[in-house]
Design a protein around this ligand. Structure first.
Ligand code: SMG
Ligand code: MG
Length: 373
C-alpha cells in the first residue's frame, strides 16, 4: 500500500475525575490521533505520549516534531506493508510511542482493506476478556475517597483493581482495601517511586496477598528489582523498564521481572508487543495488557492484544467511561459480568465519530505539508 497523507488530530478529553499517580495528576487527556491515507484506504492510530515527559521521555510536542522531520518522511510515497514499518522507522533511535502510533495506523489501513480484524491478525484466542481498573491516588489524600471509588468499580463488576502507591500512600490504603475486599484480585503500581533502600518497606506489602507489585523502583535499576524479587513474596512486575522483546528476555532471564506489563505504545507498537508476548510465553512468564488512558482507538487495539493466549493476568482494560464522559469513538464497554467483547470488525473496529472528533479536537495538522486548519 502507498502512504499518501498523514493528518494529526490533537484532542482534549476532560477526565471524569483527576488521575493521580506518583509522578503526575492528569485532569484532561491531551492525545494525538493519527490518520493515515493510503491508496487502499484510511487507518487510525493513537499515540500514548502525554503533554509532559513524566511517565517517559516522550511528550506530544516532541512526537509532532519527530513525526514531521524524521519518521513520516521515511514512509511518505512509499509502497509498504505494515510489517515493514518497524524496519523502515528503525534507524531513528528511541521515540517508541511516536513509531508505534504510525505503525498502528498503517496496520489499521491494511487490515480494513483486507477485511481482517486486528484481534484475528494478532492471534486472538478469546471473544471476550476480563476487565481490570486502575485507581489513582485520591486528590484529597483521603482513604474514604479511595474506598468510595473502589466500591464503585467493584459494583460495576470490575474483576481486578489496581491501586497507585507512593511513599506515604502505600501500606494503609492497601490494608483498608484488602480488609474490605478479602477476595478481590488486587495489585499495586508505584511508577518507580521507590529505591533499593526501600526493599524492607516494600516487603510489608506481602501480607496483603497481592497479584503483583508493578514497577516499584527506577526503570533503569534492574539490580534493584532483582534484589527485591529475591526478597519479596509478591511477584515483581515491570512496566516502564520493558522496552523491547530482547530487553524483556534479558530482564526475565536476569531475574528482575516475574510478570510483564505490555503496553504497545511503550515498546514501539503492536508488532513489538506481540513479540514480547511470545518471549514471555516461551519462558512461562505471565503478561497483561497495560493502559495509557487511551481513547477508543488505542483502547480497541489494547482489547485485541489482551485476547492473546499469554495474557493470563487481567489488564488495565477498563471501559471508556472509566476516564471519559465522551470518547472519540463508540465507547468500549464492560458488561455487568466484568467482561468486554473483543472488537471483530475489520481493522481496529473503531474509528472516530466525526461529530465527537470535531467537538474534542484542539488542532488538526496535515503533517505531510505542515498545514493547520
Ligand atoms: O488506561 O487504565 C488505564 C491507565 C492505567 O494506571 C494506568 N497506567 O503506569 O500503568 C501505568 C499507568 C500509566 C498512566 S500514565 C497516563
Ligand atoms: Mg504502570
Amino acid at each position: 500500500m502507498r502512504i499518501e497523507k498523514v493528518v494529526v488530530h490533537r484532542c482534549a478529553l476532560p477526565l471524569v475525575r483527576p488521575f493521580r499517580t506518583s509522578f503526575f495528576t492528569e485532569y484532561t487527556k491531551d492525545v494525538l490521533l493519527v490518520e493515515v491515507t493510503t491508496d487502499v484506504g484510511t487507518g487510525w492510530g493513537e499515540c500514548v505520549a502525554a503533554t509532559d515527559p513524566l511517565y517517559s521521555h516522550e511528550f506530544n510536542d516532541a512526537v509532532m516534531l519527530v513525526w514531521r522531520d524524521h519518521l513520516i518522511p521515511r514512509l511518505m510515497g512509499r509502497d509498504v506493508t505494515a510489517e515493514e514499518v518497524p524496519a523502515i522507522l528503525g534507524p531513528v533511535r528511541g521515540h517508541p510511542m511516536a513509531r508505534g502510533a504510525l505503525e498502528l495506523a498503517v496496520l489499521d489501513a491494511q487490515l480494513r482493506a483486507s477485511g481482517q480484524s486486528f484481534a484475528s491478525y494478532l492471534g486472538s484466542v478469546h471473544d471476550r476478556i476480563p476487565c481490570g481498573v486502575s485507581t489513582g491516588i485520591p486528590d484529597d489524600d483521603s482513604i474514604d475517597t479511595l474506598v468510595a471509588e473502589v466500591d464503585g468499580y467493584v459494583a460495576e463488576g470490575y474483576r481486578r483493581v489496581k491501586l497507585k502507591i507512593q511513599p506515604g500512600w502505600d501500606i494503609e490504603p492497601t490494608r483498608v482495601i484488602r480488609e474490605r475486599y478479602p477476595d478481590l484480585p488486587l495489585q499495586v503500581d508505584a511508577n518507580q517511586a521507590y529505591s533499593r533502600d526501600d526493599i524492607d518497606h516494600l516487603c510489608r506489602l506481602d501480607e496483603f496477598d497481592l497479584l503483583l507489585v508493578e514497577q516499584p523502583i527506577h526503570e533503569e535499576d534492574y539490580l534493584g528489582h532483582k534484589l527485591l524479587a529475591e526478597r519479596m513474596r509478591t511477584p515483581v512486575c515491570l512496566d516502564e523498564s520493558v522496552l523491547s522483546a530482547d530487553n524483556a528476555e534479558s530482564l526475565i532471564d536476569y531475574g528482575a521481572c516475574e510478570i510483564v506489563n505490555i503496553k504497545a505504545g511503550r515498546v514501539g507498537g503492536y508488532l513489538s508487543a506481540k513479540a514480547i508476548h511470545d518471549v514471555a510465553l516461551s519462558r512461562g512468564v505471565p503478561v497483561w495488557c497495560g493502559g495509557m488512558v487511551e481513547t477508543g482507538i488505542g483502547r480497541a487495539a489494547n482489547i485485541a492484544l489482551a485476547s492473546l493466549p499469554g495474557f493470563t493476568v487481567i489488564g488495565d482494560t477498563s471501559s471508556s467511561s472509566r476516564f471519559f464522559h465522551q470518547d472519540v469513538t463508540e465507547p468500549l464497554t464492560m458488561d455487568a459480568d466484568g467482561m468486554m467483547t473483543v472488537p471483530t470488525d475489520p481493522g481496529l473496529g473503531r474509528t472516530p465519530i466525526p461529530d465527537a472528533l470535531e467537538e474534542l479536537r484542539t488542532d488538526r495538522v496535515i503533517l505531510t505539508d505542515g498545514r493547520h486548519d
